[in-house]
Design a protein around this ligand. Sequence first.
Ligand SMILES: [Zn+2]
Ligand SMILES: [Zn+2]
Length: 396
Amino acid sequence: MKLVEPILAQQAQLQEIRRDLHAHPELCYEEQRTADVVAAKLTEWGIPIVRGLGVTGVVGIVKNGTSNRAIGLRADMDALPMQEINGFAHASRHPGKMHACGHDGHTAMLLGAALHLSKHRNFDGTVYLIFQPAEEGGGGARRMMDDGLFEQFPMEAVYGMHNWPGIPEGNFGVVAGPMMASSNEFRVVVRGKGAHAAQPHRGIDPVMVAVQIAQAWQTIVSREKNPLESAVLSITQIHAGSATNVIPDEAELIGTVRTFSTGVLDLIQRRMEEIASGVAAAFNASVDFSFKRNYPPLINHPEQTAFAVEAMRAVVGADRVDTDVEPTMGAEDFAFMLQEKPGCYVFIGNGEGAHRAGGHGLGPCQLHNTSYDFNDNLLPIGASFWVRLVEMSLPV
Ligand SMILES: [Zn+2]
Ligand SMILES: [Zn+2]
C-alpha cells in the first residue's frame, strides 16, 4: 500500500473529525452542524467555500496553477432516522438518529483530501469538493444540481465513493456500467365494494383482486423482461380491512421496483399499470395507480472508471482493486450526477467488522445496521485515493 505520507500523519485529526460527526448525526436537509464543521475546517485551511446549494450543501474550491480544467469529488453528509445501539464514546448523542451508512466517514475522507490538496497543491486546475446533504432518500445530489452545481462549478468529471462492508478493509471495488439500481416506489389502491363478509355476492371484494394483481405482477419479472436484465419487484405492504366480518371497500398494495436500466423500468411500470387495471376490470373493480421514480440507475462511465482504477491501484496495489465488483440493487443519488457528467462511483471495503468496539458483538457490520460503525482505518486510504485521483486527473 502506498498511502500519501502526509495524510497518514493526519490520521488522528481525521479520526477526531469523523467521530465528532458520528456523535452528532443529522437527517436529510438538517445537516446544519455538519455543514458548519465542514465549512469551518475548509476555511481554517484557506479553502474558499460556497454554501447553501441543496439547503445545507457546501462546495470547497481548491485552485492551483493556470489550467482551466476541473473535476469534482463528492461526499454525502446525512445520517439515518434509527437508534444506534453501540456503546462506544463516539456513539450518537441524538436519540433516533445514527450515522449507520458511514457518511460521517465519507465527509472525513474528503476533508482529509481537502487538507492535503490545499497544503501541497501538486496539481494544475481546480478541484471542487462537493459535500452534499440528503442522500438517504432526499435526493440531495439532485437538489444541489437544481441549485446550479454544474453551472456555478463547471467540471469535466465527477467522482463519488462509498464504504462497503464485506469488501476487505481498504480494498476497492468498482465496475464500469451499471453498479447500483434505480429505486422506485408504487402505491396501488384497488377499489371494490364493501359488504358483509357472509354476503360476498352483494359486494366486490378488493382483497381478492389485490391478491390476483400481486401474483400477476411477478410474471413481468419472470416472463416479460429479458432474463439477462436484472429487476426486482417487491410488494412490501398490503393493507385492507378492519374487521373479521367485513369485506372492505379498498385494498392497497405498496412496494418498490429496482432496475439497472431505464428501458426495463419503463417496461415494468407500464405493464404493472396495465395488469392492475386489466385484472381489476375483470373483477368489476377499479384501481388508482401511482408510481414514483426516486433515484435513476447508477451507471459508471468507462473512461473515468478506468482512470479511477489507475488511481486506486496506485494507492493500494492492483491485487486489492476488484474491477468487476458485483453490482447491488441498492440505490444512490450520485446517479443523478453521473447522468449529467462523466464520472465514476467506487466502493472502499469497510471490512468484516473487526474494527468495531468489543462488548457489543463484532458483527454484523452491514450498512443501516444499528451496530454499524465506519472503519477509521479507511480515512487515510480513501483520502489518499482522492488525492491521487486529483493529481492524475489534473497533472502539473
Ligand atoms: Zn445508506
Ligand atoms: Zn450511504
